[in-house]
Design a protein around this ligand. Structure first.
Ligand SMILES: *[C@@H]1O[C@H](CO)[C@@H](O)[C@H](O)[C@H]1NC(C)=O
Ligand SMILES: *[C@@H]1O[C@H](CO)[C@@H](O)[C@H](O)[C@H]1NC(C)=O
Ligand SMILES: *[C@@H]1O[C@H](CO)[C@@H](O)[C@H](O)[C@H]1NC(C)=O
Ligand SMILES: *[C@@H]1O[C@H](CO)[C@@H](O)[C@H](O)[C@H]1NC(C)=O
Ligand SMILES: *[C@@H]1O[C@H](CO)[C@@H](O)[C@H](O)[C@H]1NC(C)=O
Ligand SMILES: *[C@@H]1O[C@H](CO)[C@@H](O)[C@H](O)[C@H]1NC(C)=O
Ligand SMILES: *[C@@H]1O[C@H](CO)[C@@H](O)[C@H](O)[C@H]1NC(C)=O
Ligand SMILES: *[C@@H]1O[C@H](CO)[C@@H](O)[C@H](O)[C@H]1NC(C)=O
Ligand SMILES: *[C@@H]1O[C@H](CO)[C@@H](O)[C@H](O)[C@H]1NC(C)=O
Ligand SMILES: *[C@@H]1O[C@H](CO)[C@@H](O)[C@H](O)[C@H]1NC(C)=O
Ligand SMILES: *[C@@H]1O[C@H](CO)[C@@H](O)[C@H](O)[C@H]1NC(C)=O
Length: 483
């Protein structure tokens, strides 16, 4: 006999299977990271998500929560259906759009569905600003924070460091509330969680009354005396708190099959201002790494307008490989010189063609104490500056050719083994970092603690994928495809 309750359960199972029946292929934004899942699930409520997770837990299904896919490596790759007999799900939190501002506390609490672009505009309506943002706004906020996205500045930390509280569901569907007052240690684990610890449904983030900035862009002469060029940058870093060098730039020379350094490059720095007559940083974004803007100018704007790019439209970069490495700032000149020399030694291997331009970006950023932050300060000797130097190299292609992209990505992997130990390098998560769990254990002394929490939150390794398994060395999940 079928009871009413049983009927509901049957219906529920049918509905869940209906979702799972719709095979869904996931791609990152430049279509080179992909996976086939059994279904795409975008819950409407935390309660619904919790009930769904409980069912998935009994089955040990694979679950990958994704944002907007603005990453290079396989961090957000679901377990491909070809690899496992268990059901594999993509989860998007896009429907979680709650938002409440507490001006007294100086915080905003919002659902995990908000994209950076939209949340910034929402805050403007309340005369509020984030002080810490990445250079772009296309990402889902929680996705960007969870993977350690950051901007630039000696007093600026990664965007996750602004998070003061959150709600997270574990693999069993149970809700956890963490915050700086009650559970500060857990916050260190969860701010940069790499999607490994559960499903974040809501975050509380520190905000400021509107911050206005003046942005100044200056042109510098480049030189192939790299020591001279990078020493000049290191000197300028002593003068400006918030600064980015958009360069040097190198152009592919098809005749000589090499990259030629461009004679000039430029840098921008930002300062607080009270000037309100003109807000003109949005007039163009050419200097934000999106386009090319070799000219000197100043502009004024609210923080986000002054430091970051809006999404699609202005910036249509794709098919490029990228590394982004962090190290104690004292190594800046030496590391930048050696990275540049090492890159040049790789050029003969870039035979697949379609090379266009290669851009170095040099920044600095302040450290923090999140367990999995590439900027974690746990290893710093006493008295050492907690500011880190940042080297980014972008290899941008002329055409969307996969052969060339794979080749550039393979080359990108070689920088960490070359320089890691010398400069105490950490790599931006999800940007072409080779799987080196032993090395990561050195660079992230809190990794064992992180993994202990991972086990509590996800006993059956449902949130684990190849990337997490290989990067973090989650040995208990060695059989996550079949366990
Ligand atoms: C990502 O995963 C695919 C398999 O789906 C693999 O071929 C590729 O090498 C991986 N990419 C990176 C950067 O690890
Ligand atoms: C899936 O199930 C089939 C049939 O039981 C088995 O032969 C195969 O090894 C399983 N594959 C995995 C990845 O577990
Ligand atoms: C706002 O924050 C203040 C200070 O932390 C707190 O006392 C108050 O209860 C909060 N208001 C709401 C509506 O949560
Ligand atoms: C902080 O978290 C605890 C539970 O760990 C909760 O009781 C408390 O209400 C939270 N505080 C805020 C301000 O959300
Ligand atoms: C760059 O070099 C040109 C001459 O080649 C010189 O006139 C100019 O002052 C230099 N600019 C800077 C910022 O050093
Ligand atoms: C490169 O610049 C450095 C620092 O300015 C200088 O000491 C060195 O002599 C230069 N090297 C060459 C080959 O010009
Ligand atoms: C802006 O105005 C305030 C109040 O007059 C002043 O304290 C502050 O120094 C000014 N800031 C700048 C950058 O000029
Ligand atoms: C922005 O406005 C200021 C003040 O009028 C002006 O000096 C500057 O050139 C303008 N910048 C741009 C990019 O239009
Ligand atoms: C960095 O460059 C210096 C000077 O060229 C060299 O002595 C050193 O071995 C290089 N270090 C690495 C790790 O490449
Ligand atoms: C991509 O580039 C490789 C190497 O030049 C070439 O063999 C291949 O045909 C290209 N693929 C496409 C689709 O153009
Ligand atoms: C580099 O890392 C090691 C641990 O791997 C640590 O002992 C040392 O203090 C670090 N040095 C700097 C400058 O961060």
């Amino acid at each position: 006999m079928v009871s009413v309750k049983g009927l509901q359960l049957t219906l529920l199972v049918v509905l869940l299977n209906a979702t799972a029946g719709n095979a869904y292929r996931w791609f990152n934004w430049q279509y080179e990271v992909t996976c086939e899942s059994d279904g795409y699930y975008a819950p409407l409520t935390e309660k619904g998500l919790s009930a769904w997770l409980k069912v998935q837990y009994t089955q040990g299904s694979h679950i990958k929560v994704v944002g907007n896919g603005h990453g290079f490596n396989n961090l957000t790759q679901c377990v491909d259906t070809s690899l496992s007999n268990k059901t594999s799900h993509i989860v998007s939190m896009t429907n979680f759009k709650s938002l409440s501002v507490n001006k007294t506390a100086g915080t905003v609490t919002f659902g995990a569905g908000w994209d950076v672009f939209d949340i910034i505009n929402e805050l403007k309506a309340y005369d509020l600003s984030f002080d810490n943002l990445g250079a772009e706004r296309v990402q889902n906020f929680v996705g960007a924070a969870s993977s350690g996205t950051h901007g630039t500045g000696a007093e600026i930390q990664n965007i996750a460091s602004q998070i003061t509280g959150m709600r997270v569901l574990d693999a069993m569907g149970q809700t956890h509330i963490f915050n700086d007052t009650a559970t500060p240690e857990m916050m260190k684990a969860f701010r940069i969680n790499l999607g490994a610890l559960g499903v974040i449904t809501e975050v509380t983030v520190k905000v400021q009354p509107t911050i206005l900035l003046k942005k100044t862009t200056k042109v510098l002469n480049a030189t192939s005396n790299y020591t001279e060029m990078y020493s000049q940058m290191s000197e300028l870093y002593k003068q400006h708190d918030r600064m980015t060098f958009w360069g040097p730039h190198f152009d592919w020379n098809e005749e000589t099959k090499t990259f030629d350094i461009e004679p000039q490059y430029y840098y921008s720095y930002w300062e607080p201002t009270n000037y309100t007559d003109v807000q003109n940083c949005t007039v163009n974004y050419c200097s934000d790494g999106c386009g090319y803007c070799l000219s000197e100018y100043t502009c004024y704007g609210e923080t986000s307008d002054a430091v970051s790019d809006p999404p699609q439209g202005t910036c249509s970069r794709n098919f490029y490989a990228e590394i982004e490495h962090f190290f104690p700032i004292k190594y800046l000149t030496d590391a930048a010189v050696n990275y540049t020399m090492f890159q040049r030694s790789q050029i003969p291997q870039m035979t697949a063609g379609y090379n266009d331009v290669m851009i170095f970006q040099i920044r600095h950023i302040r450290g923090d104490d999140s367990y999995m932050s590439p900027l974690n300060t746990y290893n710093l000797p006493d008295g050492e500056s907690d500011v880190f130097g940042v080297i980014e190299i972008d290899w941008i292609q002329k055409y969307n050719n996969f052969t060339a992209l794979w080749q550039n990505q393979d080359m990108a992997f070689s920088f960490l083994p070359q320089f890691g130990e010398t400069y105490n390098v950490t790599a931006h998560w999800n940007k072409m970092l080779p799987p080196t769990p032993q090395y990561n254990l050195e660079r992230y002394p809190m990794l064992p603690k992180f993994l202990a929490i991972q086990e509590q939150m996800d006993p059956k390794c449902q949130f684990v994928n190849t990337f997490l398994y290989e990067q973090l060395g989650i040995e208990r999940c060695a059989n996550y495809l079949t366990m």
